[in-house]
Design a protein around this ligand. Structure first.
Ligand code: S3P
Length: 192
């Protein structure tokens, strides 16, 4: 009789090291609408065994309105003020994976807090990919403006600790890349 293959447990060392090194910090996904922050963030959190939090959903819950309703009734500045407040509160809730809305990094204070309380990951995607992905839904008031918004935003996204290219690959491939990149970043933090 052929010997039964012994199932080797998945090697979770990298995941465990990342969670230990995070302490109370968050992994903060930044990038443009359509970059895949929520879907990739959810999978990343599952892999690491920590909670996933979506800032847009939290803003909607706090306001009792959808994002298009907030924009329509109160305007963008009101949305941005709420967004900054909600992200500041959420950043106290680590360890977690936090997906931020595409415009969150435009706020200097939010950028500073992300830097202090998180490890930031820019999910970078080509404009064609972003436009294709956002065309399918009408829940983003600024989706039509992606091309106009990118030049001001990309230099800020580029300040992130880690940059991973989001592309037409299985989400798990992108998650694998993030999990491979985080320890490299952590080693730069340790360097004297
Ligand atoms: C916005 C992106 C959206 C949401 C709002 C504004 C932006 O989030 O916060 O519609 O300014 O880019 P996603 O990036 O999760 O789509």
């Amino acid at each position: 009789m052929a010997p039964t293959a012994v199932q080797k447990p998945a090697d979770k060392t990298a995941e465990r090291e990342i969670v230990d090194a995070l302490g109370r910090r968050s992994i903060v996904l930044v990038g443009m609408m359509g970059a895949g922050k929520s879907s990739i963030g959810r999978r990343l959190a599952t892999r690491l065994g920590i909670p996933f939090v979506d800032a847009d959903t939290e803003i909607e819950n706090a306001a009792g309105m959808t994002i298009p309703e907030i924009f329509e009734r109160h305007g963008e500045p009101y949305f941005r003020a709420g967004e900054a407040r909600v992200i500041a509160r959420l950043l106290d809730g680590g360890p977690q994976v936090l997906a931020t809305g595409g415009g969150a990094v435009m706020d200097q204070k939010t950028r500073d807090l992300i830097h202090i309380k998180g490890i930031s990951v820019w999910l970078k995607a080509d404009v064609e990919v972003l436009m294709k992905r956002t065309k399918r839904r009408n829940d983003r008031p600024l989706a039509e403006k992606i091309k106009d918004l990118l030049p001001a935003r990309e230099p800020l996204y580029a300040q992130s600790d880690i940059v991973v290219q989001s592309r037409e690959e299985p989400h798990d491939t992108i998650v694998d890349e993030i999990i491979a990149e985080i320890p490299k970043h952590l080693r730069t933090e340790e360097a004297p």
